[in-house]
Write a protein that binds this ligand. Structure first.
Ligand code: OAD
Length: 232
């Protein structure tokens, strides 16, 4: 089976009702990113940040995968699929995708404020534990923080993501403005011989100078078209 590597961003979950970040009215219009998604913001006002992610978790309980997520999962019948997502929701998993690499963390997990990437302290929350409070502690005695990669923090999963990108026969990008590195640079690791596709209703500038087959549609419709192109 060919290796199909799919890089997804917020647009993948837009049709499930989760806001994107940089579209008009997106999350970063509503909440100052430096307050809710940086280590400095967390140090200045941990409660604000914890509440912001509590609200995201609460929303997660009300949303479902869309047809685009379902088609991504279905393609496992025909390809060796790896999903590399910038999304912190679990909608790819809910739709049935079996290999999902989360570059920016996961809403359903919390960790230590002192050593966020130490696997010893990363904990999966049950839905009834989704509301984290000030004073809830990790196993090392520090405040439980969201297991989210904030701006300015390292992206530990990027190495694994690069290894999959380097083995791609087909590389598909869905619903990301490609503004955030290192995720946006993954295309540079994709072999020259691989074919590259991009699904997004807007035009997304790509600096790599390589040929990209653009499907200018939303995730669900775009995935239908992608499937047709590949499988007929
Ligand atoms: P953006 O909000 O920057 O980009 C979303 C992309 O989705 C845009 O290109 C939209 O045109 C596209 N889009 C909108 N509706 C769509 C639909 N129905 N189907 C397909 N695409 C659609 O989000 P990301 O690129 O994912 O990080 O942002 C990257 C990172 O920046 C996020 O992971 C987050 C953010 O800050 C952290 O929070 C650490």
């Amino acid at each position: 089976m060919k290796n199909l590597v799919i890089l997804t961003g917020a647009g993948m979950s837009a049709e499930s009702g989760i806001s994107t970040f940089r579209d008009a009215g997106g999350l970063w219009d509503q909440y100052p990113v430096e307050q809710v998604a940086t280590p400095e913001g967390y140090a200045a006002n941990p409660k604000l940040v914890i509440d912001f992610y509590n609200a995201r978790r609460k929303q997660l309980l009300t949303v479902k995968p869309n047809h685009g997520h379902e088609l991504v999962a279905e393609l496992e019948k025909y390809f060796n699929v790896t999903v590399i997502t910038q999304n912190v929701d679990n909608l790819h998993e809910c739709a049935g995708s079996s290999r999902v690499i989360h570059l920016h963390g996961e809403l359903t997990k919390v960790t230590s404020s002192r050593q966020p990437n130490n696997p010893k302290y990363i904990k999966e929350l049950k839905p009834e534990e989704f509301e984290v409070k000030m004073g809830d502690l990790a196993a090392d005695g520090s405040q439980l923080r969201p297991f989210i990669v904030w701006f300015g923090e390292s992206v530990p999963m990027i190495e694994t993501a690069m290894e999959y990108a380097e083995k791609a026969d087909i590389f598909l990008i869905i619903g990301t403005s490609l503004n955030v590195y290192p995720a946006a640079g993954l295309l540079n690791y994709v072999p020259r011989a691989a074919s590259v596709y991009l699904i997004d209703p807007k035009q997304v500038p790509i600096a790599s100078g390589r040929e990209v087959h653009v499907i200018q549609k939303g995730a669900s419709e775009g995935m239908e078209e992608f499937k047709k192109i590949l499988l007929g």
